[in-house]
Design a protein around this ligand. Sequence first.
Ligand code: NAP
Ligand code: G4F
Length: 349
Amino acid sequence: MKKALITGITGQDGAYLADFLLKKGYRVFGTYRRLSTPNFWRLQYLNIFEQIELLPCDLIDSYSIIETLKTVRPDEIYNLAAQSFVGASFEQPLASGEVTGLGVTRMLEAIRLITPEARLYQASTSEMYGDNSFPFQDEQTVFCPSSPYAAAKLYAHHVVKIYRKGYGLFASNGILFNHESPLRGMEFVTRKITNAVAKIKHGLEPSLELGNIDSSRDWGYAPEYIEAMWLILQHEKPEDFVIATNTTHTVREFLDIAFRHAGLYWQTYVKTEERYQRPVDVSYLKGDFAKAREILGWEPKTEFKELVQIMVDKDLERWGDWLGGKHFPWDAWNYPNEKKILSRKLKYE
Ligand code: NAP
Ligand code: G4F
């Protein structure tokens, strides 16, 4: 049975990827970091929590990465862990650089020393193109990062290429454009909007405040992007791939579809506030995934409008359930029994 290790398994992509790999017959190991309030709700939500083997590991702590690799000896490593919120990277630029940038070098060094035969997927990002002026972006487009997050990801992207070339590691970057779902973090604009639509519709909130609603993103559906990560590691050689939809929409368009879907007009409820503006923003992203289509046979299926509606429907349902007294997986009661946490002393061959 193949063993996959996912860092960032508690995040949106980590949870969907774990689900995908379990269905493919993998033994799935996931790392989590120490938090005062543990965060396993997505794995509970997908009903896969019991099937995941957990290990404590933080990308700022080399030794925890080394112990994890020694314990698991994975065939495939999906490095999804990051401080992934662009806005927070302006507030905590050093911590973001430590985790999102240097964390990847720590992972690569550990792989080089302990499991050089393992295949590494690194979660690169369209943010690396920054505030560019190209009509679309692909694997050849120059990078011009516009945030500490993007600069850290670009550093990581290059270090992956250096270890591939210098040490012969099977290490690939997936340059994924924005991908969303009902499991998206609440701080990102899509989920912030769909959650607010649901609360406004249910009479739980009066309005929504946003920042720059003119920026444009290439938004896809997260579960489909997970398959691309896996395909990248099944490819015969390590390479970098853009994963996108070849379309772009503004935050305004997202607002329009989301509110209309709930029978509301966004103009009645949405205010823009200076405090949600970033010091530098990326105004336009539109990816070209031609290489992934040609080599991996991957393409997106869910269109923008459908994606927005999926998210609104799910948040409407959740808040409706909540009002009816039903509480969905969330928060402290998800904390695992310590027996569930793998001992570093155990070995899995
Ligand atoms: P996410 O929901 O924010 O998940 C990030 C994960 O990283 C969480 O599991 C988080 O753990 C973990 N993490 C944070 N700091 C860590 C640390 N110091 N050590 C170990 N783990 C740490 O992000 P996502 O949307 O799933 O994205 C997955 C990856 O793809 C990220 O690297 C992101 O930058 C990248 N990416 C995302 C998109 C997108 O549109 N979603 C596009 C391109 C690239 P906690 O639960 O403990 O916080
Ligand atoms: O949803 P966002 O925070 O996503 P952003 O910055 O594009 O980053 C996401 O996608 C990247 C891929 O390109 C990932 F690498 C990254 O990890 C993350 O998943 O913001 C999207 C746009 C921005 O232009 C932002 O300024 O929405 C604008 N926006 C307007 N009002 C807002 C808000 N963004 C947030 N988060 N909150 C607002 O109130």
